[in-house]
Each structure stands twice: as C-alpha cells, then as structure tokens.
Design a binder for this molecule. Sequence first.
Ligand code: SAM
Length: 259
Amino acid sequence: MQFAVPAEHYDRFMGRYAPTLATALADTAGVTSGMRVIDVGCGPGGLTQELVRRVGAGYVAAIDPAPQFATACRDRLPGVDVRDGVAEKLPWADGEFDVTLSSLVLGFMSDPDQGVREMARVTRPGGTVAACMWDTTAGGMTMLRIFWAAVRQLNPDVEGERRMAGTAEGDIAERFRRAGLEDVTSGALTARADYSGFDDFWEPFTFAVGPAGQYLTTLTGEQHARVRRACRSALPEGSFTLDARAWCARGTVPASASD
Ligand SMILES: C[S@@+](CC[C@H](N)C(=O)[O-])C[C@H]1O[C@@H](n2cnc3c(N)ncnc32)[C@H](O)[C@@H]1O
C-alpha cells in the first residue's frame, strides 16, 4: 500500500504542490460556482479544498481508498461528502456531477480505464471529466526526476515511475477517448513548491510516501546515503523552488440518446 502514511507526511511530500496544481486543474475543467463536483482519489484533500473554495462544501464530493486520507479530508473540509472507496467502483448514481476530477491518481488505479469509465458514468451528459498525472516519463516533475536520477546512479535499470498510467504525454487523452468521452483536449499543467533547504526536500522522502518513498525503504544504509548525496549535489544551497509539470486531459460526456 503506497499511501498507508499519515496525512501530514503526504502534505510535506506531495501536498505542497497542491495549491498550484489544484488551481490549474480546476481552471482546466472550468469549475465555477453552481456546479456539483467530485474529487476522485482525493488524498487528504488538496484539490478538494480548491473545489470547496469555488463551489461550496455542500456541492463537493470526494473519495479515496486510504482510510486515513478520507478521514483527514472529512475533518479538514466539513460538509463535503467524503467516502471511502475506489475510482473503479464509484458509489454514486449515473450523472450526479457536472464535473468529475482526479489529480495524480490514474497511475495508482488497479484498472485505470475502468476508473475513467466510472468517472464518465457519474458525470451528467454534457458534463466534464478532467484528470492529471505528473510527467515522470519525460522528467517534467523536477522533484521526482532528481530522486530517480540519483537512484539510477546506483541502479540504471530501475523503472521508477516512468511507465505508470497517465505519466506519458497524451496517455490520459487516449484513455478518455477509449472511454467514449468527446471533444477531448490535452495539455500540460505547471505547479511548484518552495523548499526551505535540502533537509526540507529530503526528509519527506524518508516518510515512505508513494513509489519513491517506498523504494527508499528497500535500500541498505549505504545505498540510502549514496542516493541522498546524489540528490544533494543536484540541488542549490539554501532555499529553492521546484517546478513540476503534469499532463492533463479534459473531455465531455456525450449527450444521452434521448436528448
Ligand atoms: C498521489 S496521491 C494524490 C492525492 C490527491 N488527489 C492529490 O492531488 O494530492 C494518489 C491517491 O490515489 C489514491 N488511490 C489509489 N488507488 C486508487 C483508486 N483505485 N481509486 C481512487 N483513488 C486511489 C491513494 O490513496 C492516494 O490518495
């Protein structure tokens, strides 16, 4: 289980990109007041919070299979309908939402195509589905690129996060088309995070969050120290900001036959 970690550890590792990434994804999906929206794979609620800001808690639903993340999302955002569960089997009726979003989740689904079909199912005809994943194939997510490049100095054959669903340009759009979504467009979103220094960058990797943190737990003490040193030499002294590119797509649910 790659996300059996406290919400606070996720916040320090990946959640720090949420304010910029969530705004970009919600803009892409056109989320505005009056819409009913859902965040699929909400984690502790970085995107959910942006949705609440735009439409109000009573119009937002969210779901995640990691119980401690669903609980954190519920506690942080009272009034949001937060459920425990997976994208592949969403516990909502057909057409309940105007916009269905998913941020950094497709690659973690056991059946991403089924997840996309379910996202389309719970969205009303004419409504929007949008999703994003970090660009870990071409290396646009700087934090993860630095980490996996350091790992490959030890072991050049490590696959890392290169082949996960949604991480290559155009992959999410292809999945959207296969699921029957129309007017599919794709592009890149830019996010960023500030670090007070190298320790602020490195410590969250030691929390075992996601594929990178999990990989680190498999190394010996000496290997761990070598990866740390390689990351150290790739980053500046003092505080810094890292950019992160995510691939995204949006599509429209076809009008129903009776329309
Ligand atoms: C990288 S985190 C992204 C969290 C949040 N959306 C964000 O943008 O920060 C991936 C999330 O996907 C969730 N997840 C894993 N498999 C899932 C599935 N099949 N359906 C829905 N969510 C899933 C994990 O529990 C985790 O919270």
